[in-house]
Design a protein around this ligand. Structure first.
Ligand code: HEM
Length: 526
């Protein structure tokens, strides 16, 4: 034993630690710059990476704003390196043909390289957003699109959305004295309840709970044990985005550190409990559907929502609960924050542009009258309302960046050839404010979307829902939902911003979340 320790001490005393440190630094710097200086004859413009941190300092903070600054400085095609990957940032529509291909066999069906975080949340081979298994993605995408597209589904979502609006305006109607509202919080609770109804019939009661919290009413301080199943599910749903962001952004190497280990366990519990809720209600719905197959007279008892659509289309009632679970989960996560932020941005811009609000409200009254609930057939008549939504999403796209990635295929754009494994960031926000396509780009002007606007702008220049085969499958549904909410809310209320001179507050994680939007609620005088 003592011989070994003597030998170890002998070796340690002879080691030149300075030399070892220098070699490590050299290897690290060599690796950082190898990607930068080798592999291609010509490269697009971009900042030179710093040793060790590469281009991290160019994207820390609001990634979307930072990438737009890079496009401003280096042009509509520029390049940085991140975590050893070549990242190209594109904001020129003409460069997007292959990346936005409509072909289901396109090589660019993935968004980002697979990571340990994606695996932990089960998104590497399930669902749509980050699924790396392209066969499974194609399968899920077909079901997702088929479930969300039929007019019967849109008709039903308009109905459920209008129902949820009735609940929202009922609460607002009781706010007699303090009429200052946090629109972001109300809309978040609203979209969560509404998604619950449309997706799976689960009544989450987010609006009721938020209302009770505001007024210090019953239900406060309850422990999880005494919460109803619906409330427990709602709580899990609210924790899910944090769990998702945690596993995606915190590198696995840190997960076993003492403080972080507890977080890992907490978020794993959230995911596990969420799964057991989802699998449970999916299986219950399957049972109801099987009964319905046997007895025709029980047909009315099965809800016609997204879950039923997923389970029944093409007569296939045997899809596994796991596949369906991820689709339902993605419908919630992709469909609530996005719509909330878009609605907040509409409220902000209309409050700042009262003449546009007046025109939109006139249209709502002329198509729908004073009290009638909106229906499917009304949606196409609300042309100015749609122009307002489009112009809002041009100025404040909820998803400012989207991504495409291929592990195998190289791509030539302009004079540059990008090898496989390049991450392509498509900067939708930057394209939307390009004065070449949208003169006076920072002004709110819904007229830009009047008439046949698609013919006036280059293909892809306006892409709030992305484009091609991976474009948002919820876009028709989201547009219908937003029109419904505006129609039901704006005929009753108008909003005045508490701090009209402040810009919108954004928190960018996976989408551009709007927070702290305070407004005074005023009843509309007709
Ligand atoms: C204002 C509302 C919404 C906006 C602005 C929006 C925007 C987007 C964008 C930009 C993408 C990426 C598209 C691309 O890469 O080309 C996307 C993908 C997606 N969205 Fe939406 N979305 C909205 C609402 C919804 C809703 C309501 C749902 C579900 C019902 C939904 C489900 C999805 C899914 C599942 C994907 C991934 C598709 C795939 O990778 O194949 N979104 N969305």
């Amino acid at each position: 034993m003592s011989i070994i320790s003597n030998l170890r001490n002998e070796i340690l005393s002879r080691v030149d630690w300075t030399l070892i440190f220098a070699v490590i630094v050299f290897v690290y710097i060599f690796k950082t710059y190898r990607l930068y200086f080798t592999t291609r004859k010509s490269r697009p413009p971009g900042p030179i990476p710093l040793p060790i941190i590469g281009h991290l300092h160019h994207v820390i903070g609001n990634v979307a704003d930072k990438k737009s600054q890079l496009n401003d400085k280096y042009g509509e095609l520029c390049e940085i390196t991140m975590f050893g990957y070549r990242c190209v940032i594109i904001s020129k529509p003409e460069y997007l043909k292959e990346l936005f291909s409509p072909n289901v066999y396109s090589p660019f069906l993935r968004r980002l390289p697979v990571s340990e975080g994606f695996k932990a949340v089960g998104m590497d081979c399930e669902g749509l957003l980050l699924n790396h298994d392209v066969d499974k993605w194609r399968h899920n995408r077909k079901f997702f699109t088929k479930s969300l597209s039929p007019p019967s589904f849109i008709k039903l979502s308009v109905k459920y959305t209008a129902e949820a609006c009735a609940e929202l305006t009922k609460y607002w109607g009781t706010l007699k004295h303090d009429r200052m509202v946090r629109l972001d919080e109300w809309y978040r609770a609203f979209t969560s309840d509404m998604m619950g109804l449309v997706a799976s019939g689960a009544k989450e009661d987010s609006m009721r709970i938020y209302y009770e919290k505001l007024h210090g009413l019953k239900g406060q301080g309850k422990q999880t044990k005494s919460l109803s199943r619906g409330e427990q599910y709602r709580l899990l749903r609210t924790e899910y985005p944090d769990a998702l962001a945690f596993f995606i952004f915190v590198p696995k190497i840190l997960w076993s550190l003492p403080i972080i280990r507890n977080q890992v366990q907490r978020y794993r519990n959230v995911l596990d409990n969420l799964t057991s809720f989802e699998v449970d209600f999916i299986n219950k719905r399957k049972e109801s559907l099987q009964k319905t197959d046997q007895k025709d007279n029980e047909k009315e008892s099965v809800r016609d929502d997204f879950l039923t659509m997923l389970l029944t289309q093409n007569g296939e009632t045997d899809s596994s609960a796991d596949i369906i679970k991820q689709n339902i989960r993605e419908m919630f996560s992709a469909g609530t924050g996005t719509t909330t932020s878009a609605l907040c941005a509409v409220a902000y811009l209309l409050a700042k542009n009262p003449e546009c609000e007046e025109r939109m409200v006139n249209e709502l009254f002329s198509v729908l009258g004073k009290d009638r609930n909106i229906e499917l057939a009304d949606l196409s008549k609300l042309t100015y309302t749609e122009m307002v939504i489009n112009e809002t999403m041009r100025l404040y796209p909820v998803v400012p960046l989207t991504y495409r990635y291929s592990p195998k295929t190289e791509l030539k754009i302009a004079e540059y050839v990008f090898p496989a494994n390049t991450i392509f960031t498509i900067n939708l926000a930057h394209m939307h404010r390009n004065p070449r396509y949208f003169p006076n780009p920072n002004a709110f002007d819904p007229e830009r979307f009047a008439g046949n606007w698609k013919e006036r702008y280059p293909q892809y220049a306006f892409s709030p829902f992305g484009q091609g085969v991976k474009a948002c499958p919820g876009r028709n549904f989201a547009m219908a939902e937003m029109k419904t909410i505006l129609a039901q809310v704006y005929r009753k209320y108008t909003f005045k911003l508490v701090k009209p001179d402040e810009p919108l507050h954004f928190k960018f994680s996976l989408v551009n979340d709007i927070s702290k939007l305070e407004a005074y609620l005023e009843e509309r005088k007709v």
